[in-house]
Design a protein around this ligand. Sequence first.
Ligand SMILES: Cc1cc2nc3c(=O)[nH]c(=O)nc-3n(C[C@H](O)[C@H](O)[C@H](O)COP(=O)(O)O)c2cc1C
Length: 160
Amino acid sequence: MKISDYEINLSKFDKDWALLTAGDSSKFNTMTISWGGFGTLWHKPVITVYVRKSRYTHEFMENNEYFTVSFYDSEYKKDLGILGSVSGRDKDKISLTKLHPEFINNTTTFKEANTTIVCKKIYSSDLEINSIPSDIKDKLYKNDEIHTMYIGELIEINVR
Ligand SMILES: Cc1cc2nc3c(=O)[nH]c(=O)nc-3n(C[C@H](O)[C@H](O)[C@H](O)COP(=O)(O)O)c2cc1C
C-alpha cells in the first residue's frame, strides 16, 4: 500500500507488539518489541525502535542496512511471547512457533504477518544513560543494559 495511506494508533506497539527482524536468507534473527514509534524525520516517514545491546538481534541491526517491523493477528501472540523470551543465540526459536520466514527486499519478515514494514536504517545511536530520568534508570537500567535507538526510513508497507 501507499506509505502515506497507512494509519496507526498510538498504542499499536504497546498493545499488539511487533517483530523486529534483520538479516537475509543466509542469516537473520527476530525478536519481539513493544517500544517504538512512527513519525517523520528529515521529511521522511520513519519508524524508531529500541534494542538492548545484549539482544542477539542487536548484532543483526548493526550489520544490516534494512530491517522489518511486522504485526500479527492475536492468534500469534503466544508465538510473539516465545520470540520475546528465548534468544536466537541459544536456540532455533522460530521452530518453536507457527511462523515461516519470508525474504523480501534483502531482508526478512514472516508469511503470517498481517502487516510488514520494510525499513532502511538511516540513523542509530545509544541512549545516553545520564539523560534518562532517575526513576526509569533505577527500574529499567540497573544492569546498565542500554538501548540502541534505530531510526528506519519506511520503504515499503505490505498489508495482507
Ligand atoms: C512484549 C515484549 C516486548 C519487548 N520489547 C523489547 C524492546 O522494545 N526492546 C528490546 O530490546 N527488547 C524487547 N523485548 C525483549 C526481547 O524480545 C527478548 O529479550 C528476546 O528474547 C531477544 O531475542 P534475541 O536475543 O534473539 O534478539 C520484549 C519482549 C517482549 C515479550
